[in-house]
Design a protein around this ligand. Structure first.
Ligand code: GLN
Length: 312
């Protein structure tokens, strides 16, 4: 019932459901809270775990009203639930990998350790892409690209908002593509998102000059910084999705150089980046010579996080 890393994934939860009384679960939760405080893990994460595995909603958890229920269905036994929580606390495994689910925009996405857990700030990339589209026409077919798709989050977000678009999602990791494809299919976008294995634009030769927009959340963390990240990220998330080389900008630099061959005139170039990189990325786009209207956008925390430009 576990993957190589010993993690349960959504498909692998035992089919037969377990039942506990509300009181039993409440007692377990109280101990789990004490353990969380001792391990410096936010209690909210316990709620996430119970929302996924015990089907409880936020209000029932907040008010502890589930305590009076005679019977609660769990996706696993109480002792397995406890083992998962201990793995969160001791091995610092992110809850999303323990449950196999991440919530992002209005989607519930499957995640495994083969993919980066999609971050809330990345949700804004979709809104920026939609707002950037010039001369939108429902009748005009458009081609959008998500390079380094990981869980498929961005590709699915684009497909859901840009209803006339066909989306092409690329990743070099086969394991990531398996997850991404499953997400697209589960969410009803299987026919709108096409998946390709390869490096950046490599598998998309046939789209040269035709791409309406490229969106990417590439690895952008400097190699020397990756090793200093919190253990949840450092020990459990794919470094392939994080490590952007010496200054963190290897991949963004590559995208700035290569995208002009693929984007149509007025095509959108949009990437996520790290705090402190905005000036360098804007300068790269300006000096490349094929882009106009270079803009930087901040995330909700006020950090310059996204760079946008149009193909001349
Ligand atoms: N935002 C991610 C983090 O903070 C990094 C994602 C990336 O490198 N693209 O860990």
């Amino acid at each position: 019932m576990t993957t190589d890393q010993g993690l349960l994934t959504n498909d692998q939860f035992p089919k037969s459901l377990m039942f506990v009384s509300g009181l039993e679960l409440w007692q377990w939760m109280n101990q789990a809270k004490v353990d969380a405080i001792a391990s410096d893990i936010p209690q909210a994460e316990l709620d996430w775990l119970l929302q996924e595995l015990a089907g409880l909603d936020k209000l029932a958890l907040r008010l502890e009203s589930f305590k009076d229920l005679p019977k609660i269905e769990l996706k696993l036994s109480l002792s397995e639930l406890d083992q998962l929580w201990q793995r969160r606390l001791q091995e610092r495994v992110p809850v999303q990998y323990l449950t196999g689910v991440a919530h992002w925009r209005n989607f519930s996405l499957k995640v495994t350790p083969a993919v980066l857990i999609p971050r809330p700030e990345t949700e804004l990339l979709i809104d920026l892409a939609v707002a950037a589209v010039k001369s939108y026409s429902v009748n005009r077919k458009s081609h959008w690209v998500d390079l380094g798709t990981g869980s498929g989050a961005i590709a699915i977000g684009l497909a859901s908002e840009l209803t006339n678009a066909t989306v092409y999602a690329v990743d070099c990791s086969w394991e990531a593509l398996v997850v991404a494809r499953q997400n697209a299919e589960n969410l009803g976008f299987g026919s709108r998102v096409n998946f390709y294995q390869g490096l950046w634009w490599e598998p998309l030769e046939f789209l040269k000059g035709k791409v309406s927009g490229m969106v990417s959340n590439p690895p952008y963390i400097p190699s020397s910084t990756v090793v200093t990240l919190q253990p949840e990220v450092l020990k459990h998330e794919p470094h392939l999705a994080l490590d952007g080389g010496f200054d963190g900008l290897d991949c963004i630099r590559h995208l700035v150089e290569t995208a002009p061959d693929y984007l149509e005139s007025e095509g959108v170039f949009l990437v996520e980046m790290m705090a402190g990189q905005a000036e360098a990325v804007a300068e790269m786009l300006e000096s490349q010579g094929s882009y106009a209207e270079v803009q930087i956008f901040s995330d909700l925390a006020g950090i310059d996080r996204f760079a946008l430009a149009y193909r001349l």
